[in-house]
Design a protein around this ligand. Sequence first.
Ligand SMILES: *[C@@H]1O[C@H](CO)[C@@H](O)[C@H](O)[C@H]1NC(C)=O
Ligand SMILES: *[C@@H]1O[C@H](CO)[C@@H](O)[C@H](O)[C@H]1NC(C)=O
Ligand SMILES: *[C@@H]1O[C@H](CO)[C@@H](O)[C@H](O)[C@H]1NC(C)=O
Ligand SMILES: *[C@@H]1O[C@H](CO)[C@@H](O)[C@H](O)[C@H]1NC(C)=O
Ligand SMILES: *[C@@H]1O[C@H](CO)[C@@H](O)[C@H](O)[C@H]1NC(C)=O
Length: 374
Amino acid sequence: METKVTKPDGKKSLNCNSFLYYRFLFLVLFTVTVVCSRLLCINSLTWFPAHVHYPKTPWINRTHEVNMTALNSNMTALNSNTTALNGNVSSMTTTLQYHSAHPRNYRFIMDNTEACKVKTPFLVLMVPVAPGNLAARHAIRKTWGNETLVQGELVQTFFMLGLNKGPGTEQQQEALKQENLLHHDLIQSNFMDTYQNLTTKTMVIMDWLVTHCPNASYAMKVDSDMFLNIENLVNMLKKPDIPKVNYLTGMLMWNRPVVRTKNSKWYVPEELYPDHTYPTYTLGMGYIFSNDLPEKFVEISKSIKPFNIEDAYIGMCMKLLGLTPSGPPNPSQFKAYNSGYNRCEFSQVITYILGSAQQLVKYWTDLKKPGSPC
Ligand SMILES: *[C@@H]1O[C@H](CO)[C@@H](O)[C@H](O)[C@H]1NC(C)=O
Ligand SMILES: *[C@@H]1O[C@H](CO)[C@@H](O)[C@H](O)[C@H]1NC(C)=O
Ligand SMILES: *[C@@H]1O[C@H](CO)[C@@H](O)[C@H](O)[C@H]1NC(C)=O
Ligand SMILES: *[C@@H]1O[C@H](CO)[C@@H](O)[C@H](O)[C@H]1NC(C)=O
Ligand SMILES: *[C@@H]1O[C@H](CO)[C@@H](O)[C@H](O)[C@H]1NC(C)=O
């Protein structure tokens, strides 16, 4: 499959600039040589540098020697200017590679700096959510987000938010601050929280994991409308054959065609992604990865044009890293549809897509009641 890597445009202008400089230099030297040789009546164009003592002919006056010295020092200045320019061009090249979705273009408004410092979690659950979706956060905090010790392993849940725009934003920001004071689980960055910016949101999640929680063993990006059976998830991750590095798992998507219907929610223009299919990726509802990967994603994403399908984008990062997502030990544990509640089934799955926050609380309460589920 073809890959799209942004061209380091700076390179070309750098070569061009150096070339122009050297051509200019050559012309100057050539002109001086010709003029000098005419003045000195030297037929052969032998070059003699100013700083070397050459036999003095009486009619060579001091001005020529001074000019040679000046020319040499100009050459030195020109060389150092060229070096400075080269430095400037290469720093511009690096900047150009930081495209709009790159997390380092944004800054955290709330980051819960202390979050992973007190205790190192085994598993971090990162939930992208709209700033206004308090209902989803409440439901998660009451259910799977409230499970902090699973099979003796520390699990922590954080919510990832961008910024809202429009009326009421300031009030909402204040409410979010209060909410975070109470729960210490909001991570907010200063990009616009829109559907089109979901890839940015995912990459900011990766950036937070790199910069704030690098010692966790695993992390999961899980949508806010999901049922998550953490017991089963931790059990799965503790299996001895689960890799500790370069591991990404979830519901695998193979050979998915890129949607080119302009009014579709999943439309991606060819300029952003020319290929007809996506590389193998894990469905965005919930994918789990070893925590060495976020740093690699952040780094490789500098060279991948952002497109708004965040899960396929992570698939693209994997591909360029020379890695492939793994199927989970039991693929039937990742359900991407809602066929209604069944206690026995819910006790066996890892993910399940829900219809509402209320459903999550209702199903969870029922699942946790005493008595065998099957
Ligand atoms: C080097 O750059 C400085 C300013 O950036 C300029 O004044 C000077 O003329 C340049 N020297 C040469 C030899 O190009
Ligand atoms: C390089 O950039 C610095 C600051 O950005 C500027 O002052 C300097 O003149 C530039 N040098 C050249 C040779 O373009
Ligand atoms: C991660 O572990 C390293 C080495 O064990 C330690 O120096 C560092 O402070 C830890 N970082 C965090 C955020 O816990
Ligand atoms: C989380 O669980 C603890 C008991 O483990 C309980 O006391 C607390 O009320 C729960 N929090 C929420 C928000 O339901
Ligand atoms: C994405 O976020 C950036 C940064 O806040 C913003 O400039 C841009 O308009 C957003 N894009 C969309 C499509 O919402």
